[in-house]
Design a protein around this ligand. Structure first.
Ligand SMILES: [Zn+2]
Length: 282
């Protein structure tokens, strides 16, 4: 049985503020904790019957997990030039997807820790076919288009509640109680990792009982960006239309194409935050 793990950092045990995830001395502590939470999920997956585990590091520069400390049975997708963003490496050969250390969406719950949708610098809200989604729900839809069900999540309690609205049966390990966007009531990482291991094992054992999250037919994304300069620059793509000063829309024939298109728009919008050539050393 083949399991894909999408790993993020905000929902990792011990994380309470954004400063801990920037490249400073604090960050090195949290890379270790991220690796340990992911290891707990890998161990649970193998205990539950997995024979192959691929982990995609999906936070920030997408190279946070310490490969030398990672469970040697797993493979790691690391580095950030990826057409499939947080899902690079996923395809229809996988039996299930798990989300470790993920977080609530931008403008979702009032208290989910370090909430945002993909890139805080540019995205206010993403809707897929009219429904507001966070990263987990969006990734679950993409996995669903490959007939791969989402079976497990770990993160703060508010994030878990948010995801359960769309994926009520997904097994969840609560790594902390969210107090505010930049505060949490923590439990010891070993306690969180014990729960991750146990719930991941249960989820993998039950994989056959989960249904993939799917939408049929064309896929329309509505994206509200932070600034009009970001929305405007995405219209360099002929498929994008402005629906408001900061809002864009595009439609694709299938979810995977739409996901790549969304990521392309985010890349453009991030670059346009301060002028597209502002940070280029050409
Ligand atoms: Zn992240």
């Amino acid at each position: 049985m083949k399991i894909f793990i999408s790993a993020d950092m905000e929902g990792i045990s011990g994380v309470a503020t954004n400063q801990q995830l920037k490249t400073n001395s604090e960050y090195q502590r949290f890379r270790k904790l991220m690796t340990a939470d992911v290891n707990a999920a890998i161990e649970g997956a193998f205990e539950g019957g997995a024979t192959e585990v691929v982990v995609a590091d999906g936070h920030g520069n997408m190279s946070n997990i310490l490969v030398e400390d990672l469970d040697a049975r797993a493979r790691l997708v690391s580095g950030n030039n990826r057409v499939m963003c947080q899902l690079e490496g996923l395809d229809g050969t996988f039996d299930a997807i798990m989300f470790v250390g993920h977080h609530g969406r931008e403008a979702g719950s009032e208290r989910t820790v370090i909430s945002h949708t993909l890139a805080g610098i540019c995205v206010n809200e993403i809707k897929i076919n009219g429904k507001v989604v966070g990263e987990t729900e969006m990734n679950a839809l993409v996995a669903g288009s490959f007939h791969v069900p989402a079976i497990f999540i770990s993160g703060d309690d508010a994030y878990v509640k948010e995801v359960h609205e769309t994926l009520p049966d997904v097994k969840a390990a609560v790594t902390k109680r969210a107090v505010d966007r930049f505060a949490a009531e923590l439990i010891h990482p070993e306690a969180a990792q014990k729960e991750i291991r146990e719930k991941a094992e249960e989820a993998v054992k039950d994989t056959k009982s989960y249904k993939p999250l799917r939408t049929e037919g064309p896929v329309t994304f509505d994206m509200e960006l932070k600034g009009p300069q970001q929305a405007m620059m995405t219209t360099t793509l002929p498929t994008v239309t402005l629906t408001g000063p900061r809002s864009i829309r595009f439609t694709c024939d299938d979810m995977v194409t739409a996901y790549k298109h969304m990521w392309g728009c985010v890349i453009i919008a991030m670059t346009a935050a301060n002028g597209v050539l502002g940070s280029v050393n050409a």
